[in-house]
Write a protein that binds this ligand. Structure first.
Ligand SMILES: Cc1cc2nc3c(=O)[nH]c(=O)nc-3n(C[C@H](O)[C@H](O)[C@H](O)COP(=O)(O)OP(=O)(O)OC[C@H]3O[C@@H](n4cnc5c(N)ncnc54)[C@H](O)[C@@H]3O)c2cc1C
Length: 402
């Protein structure tokens, strides 16, 4: 029996386990420092109060129990990996592996060169941070509801640093919620203004002209203030100072401007890029340890033209499927092709029932039809998780009853 350890129960880790579970002769262990899988891609709806906790978090123990074969889940943090001994260190024990998949994702990069950023802004890469932010947003809505229009509290700004996919989606969803609240909880909510800030000359840098143009238009319709070419230099608890001297007061600030890979100790140095992502070979193996793979956000992935791909759930899943296949083939000494990291498409949720999307570079959609397509993709993913969790929960409770 070969032992496979997957570190990280995110999009990549779960897809890897799903694909490995169908292969005979493997003992699979999934390890995560949290007991749940966090659906980061739905964070925008959770923050704006459109989704609740059960919509964006799934219990990993029940999920693992939902497989026909035994898949072990350990709620623990990996602190050290020894490539030579082939072991991972947990809080109170070591585990041996034959193959290791590192799917540890990434965390918000509160750039150290921006003074005060970490202390004074929220990230959304962790569920707890998203929870704090949701609470702050609700408190703001409540305060506005209580205070009459033009009260001394006046205009309150929400600042979002980073106009990539996550910043844009969060801005749009909050703006849409505010717009809708105006009818039901009063016009003073109109005094909440959203600012979307980026140092680049455009929102969604790296995306196609179609996506950028239509997203821009939608954000403007929602009343979002877009500040591109705006380099944040300093942040304190109520104010942002830009490099060119401009300033912006805020009630709270969220930062989605960059990611970096969390680190744990390895028995030997491996190559990484400036945001700590692993540099792997064309088979997604760590060159310094050939039975160790890295997938998802924690690895620098290139497309066929050699361009670095943005970290997405889609790429995490693709890389996971590839690595599972790679392991299957190496068990029977079969050769595999290098990883092909092409992307099928992208959909951007833009508040309420509106989205913009592109598939296979030729299908371009916006508005309600794009929203329906995006919903279908996320719903299919979600239902798959829930079905397995339900099966797992039933199996666990039946086992406990015996
Ligand atoms: C607001 C927002 C919106 C987004 N929207 C989209 C979208 O529309 N489409 C899209 O494709 N992508 C989107 N993304 C990006 C997407 O969420 C990520 O690319 C994806 O989560 C990466 O998956 P992953 O498996 O690599 O890492 P993650 O999903 O981050 O999972 C990593 C896991 O590893 C665990 N872990 C880390 N270190 C350790 C350790 N030492 N020991 C044990 N466990 C550990 C963590 O607890 C976590 O569960 C969005 C992201 C955000 C924040």
């Amino acid at each position: 029996m070969k032992k496979i350890i997957v570190i990280g129960g995110g999009y990549g880790g779960l897809r890897a386990v799903e694909n490995l579970a169908g292969i005979d002769g493997l003992h699979i262990t999934l390890i995560d420092k949290h007991p749940y899988h966090y659906l980061q891609t739905e964070a925008y709806g959770y923050i704006a109060g459109r989704f609740d906790l059960p919509d964006i978090a799934v219990d990993l123990k029940n999920w693992c129990f939902g497989f026909k074969k035994w898949v072990e889940f350990l709620h623990d943090e990996v602190t050290y990996v020894d490539f030579k001994d082939q072991t991972v260190q947990l809080s109170d024990k070591k585990l041996h592996y034959d193959y290791l998949i590192m799917a540890i994702g990434a965390e918000t990069n509160f750039f150290s060169f921006i003074e005060g950023l970490r202390e004074n802004s929220f990230g959304v890469k962790k569920l707890q941070r998203a929870f704090n932010f949701r609470t702050a947003f609700e408190r703001l809505l409540y305060n506005k509801m209580e205070s009459p229009l033009d009260s001394d509290k006046g205009v309150l700004n929400i600042a979002i640093g980073g106009a990539g996919l996550s910043g844009v989606e969060i801005a749009a969803e909050m703006a849409d919620v505010i717009k809708k609240h105006t009818k039901s909880i009063g016009e003073s909510t109109q005094e909440i203004k959203i600012y979307l800030i980026d140092a680049s000359s455009t929102i969604l840098p790296g995306m196609s002209d179609y996506i950028i143009k239509n997203t821009h238009q939608r954000l403007e319709e929602l009343g979002i203030n877009i500040m591109t070419d705006s380099f944040i230099e300093r942040v304190n608890s109520t104010n942002i100072c830009f490099k060119d001297g401009r300033q912006l007061d805020f009630f709270f600030m969220i930062f989605t401007g960059g990611i970096k890979v969390p680190s744990f100790k390895l028995s030997r140095e491996v190559e990484r890029n400036r945001i700590n992502q692993f540099i792997v070979n064309e088979y997604l193996r760590i060159p310094e340890a050939s039975n160790v793979f890295a997938i998802g956000d924690c690895v620098e992935i290139h497309d066929a033209k050699g361009e670095i791909l943005p970290p997405t759930a889609q790429t995490a899943e693709r890389s996971a499927e590839y690595v599972a296949k790679n392991i299957k083939h190496s068990l029977v000494h079969q050769k595999v092709k290098p990883f092909d990291a092409s992307i099928d498409g992208v959909f951007v949720a833009l508040g309420g029932k509106y989205a913009v999307g592109e598939m296979f570079k030729v299908i371009k959609v916006k508005g309600y039809s794009a929203y329906l397509l995006k919903k279908l993709i996320t719903y299919t993913y979600y239902i798959g998780l829930k079905l397995r969790v339900n099966t797992g929960f039933k199996k666990r409770t039946e086992t406990l009853d015996k």
